[in-house]
Every structure is written in C-alpha cells, then in structure tokens.
Design a protein around this ligand. Structure first.
Ligand SMILES: [Zn+2]
Length: 261
C-alpha cells in the first residue's frame, strides 16, 4: 500500500512531472482534472489487487497536504470507474465481508497513466432518452419535481432531469430499454438512491397515510401497484407548459388569468 516516500514509475507522472492524482488541471489546459481520473491513477499506482481501501484513505490521497478531498459523491466517482473504466471495486453492498466505507480492489481498469484513450461512456441513445422523458412528463419519478422547477428547500436551484436506471446502482448502457429507465432530477440521481440513507421511517409516514381521504388512499395504492406516480391531465399539461420559453409561459399565464378570472 501507499508509502509517502515511495518511488513511482514514470507513467505515474503527467507530462508536467506532477503525479496524476495530484494534478489540478488537465495537462495543457485550464480545465480541472477530474476526481475520477485521479482516483484511477492513485489506485493504479498505490494499490495491489486484493487490497482493502477506505473512503477516508481515498479522501486523504486525493487531498492537498493536510486537507482531505471533501468532494461530495466521491463514492459515485468510484462507481463510474466500475461502470465505464473496467475497474472491479466491490463495496459492502456487493460483498458483505467488507465493512461500511470499505472497498476492495479486485481488478484494475483504465487509468490516465495507461497511455490509452479513456473508454467512451456508453449511454442510451438520444431517442431512448427522449421517449423516457416524454413518458415521465419530464418529471423526476423519485421526488416529483419537473424540469425547470425550483426545489422547495433550495429556491435558487432549478431542477435538471437526467436518465436513471430503475434499479439503483445499475449501469446505464447503450442497449438499455425504455422500460429499464426512468426520469430523475440530477439531485435524486446523484444522492438519494445511492448514498444517503433514506431519512424517512415508516412510523413517520403511517399516520400521514391513515389521515388521507379514501379516494387519495386509492390513488396512492394505484401508484404503488404501478410502481410510478400516474400523472393527471393537469400534471402533464403543467409539465408541458414548463417546457415553453419564459416569454411563452408569461403569455400563457395572461391567457389563463383572463379565462380563470
Ligand atoms: Zn428528484
């Protein structure tokens, strides 16, 4: 494992002589050098197959001097290495013998010192993407926010929708079918399903369910059976209106005010 004074082969260094995982910018560019590539390089040159690594270790390795790397979603970056770059890095989720926050290096994949171009990200086609977004009314199936709407707790942040796999943690791939995919806002896609434990507990929800009028209970049951929230005409119309340009939306609101007044 890592020793601070160890020597590395020349491939561990970028063209400017800096170790890949300490690089701030892409060689010859002002763009930041991404954590995924730093992780890959650090793992490639500091770990042996079978080593167990903790997230804390990775944060220290990718940090600066005494400041660990505090990037959110660093574990998601590891997942990209698994999905895109051919790394096998099981976590406690894949292998019960690993502790919480532990990862084991089973196979090395692409890294920036390998001298090969990085594998292309395989994503579903634009046509599949469009069909999924249209089916879901451009609305996140996890939290219900529509593209362009603001989050209740972060009014300055507008939701952007992206494609997610129905099965958390499963990779998006070129051949994925519309049925395997769902619309998620970037926030739910990044955090809720993969990293944060669900903070809601059944005892918190039960009284709210019991208080519902019978018709609402039936609707809720239908959604749960269907595995998704069916949208009313009004919901769909609302989602479509949100896709109009700002000027068109203002015109729309004027029209509605005349009609509803
Ligand atoms: Zn969401």
């Amino acid at each position: 494992m890592q020793g601070s004074q160890r020597s590395y082969p020349s491939t561990a260094y970028a063209s400017d002589g800096c170790l890949w995982w300490q690089l701030k910018f892409k060689p010859g560019s002002k763009q930041p050098f991404g954590d995924e590539q730093k992780l890959a390089a650090w793992l490639a040159f500091n770990c042996e197959l079978g080593d167990t690594i903790t997230m804390r270790q990775l944060r220290v390795a990718l940090g600066e001097e005494d400041r660990p790397n505090a990037a959110e979603h660093l574990n998601r970056r590891l997942r990209v290495l698994r999905q895109r770059d051919g790394w096998e890095i099981p976590s406690a989720r894949d292998d019960g013998s690993l502790g919480h926050d532990e990862y084991r290096l089973d196979a090395k994949g692409w890294h920036p010192g390998s001298g090969k171009p990085r594998p292309k990200l395989e994503t579903p086609s634009d046509s599949i993407r469009r069909q999924v977004f249209e089916r879901d009314g451009r609305t996140c199936v996890v939290c219900g926010i529509a593209a362009g709407e603001c989050y209740d707790d972060r009014p300055e942040r507008r939701a952007r929708v992206t494609l997610g796999h129905r099965v958390p943690g499963k990779r998006l791939h070129r051949g994925a079918s519309v049925d395997e995919l769902q619309t998620e806002c970037a926030r739910c896609n990044e955090t809720v399903r993969d990293e944060l434990p669900n903070p809601i507990t059944l005892p918190e929800i039960l009284p709210r369910i019991r208080k519902l009028p019978r018709a609402d209970k039936r609707t809720l049951l239908n959604w749960l059976h269907a595995g998704e929230r069916a949208r009313s005409n009004l919901d769909l119309l609302y989602a479509d209106i949100r896709r109009l340009s700002a000027t068109e939306q203002i015109g729309m609101i004027d029209d509605l005010e005349k009609g509803a007044g």
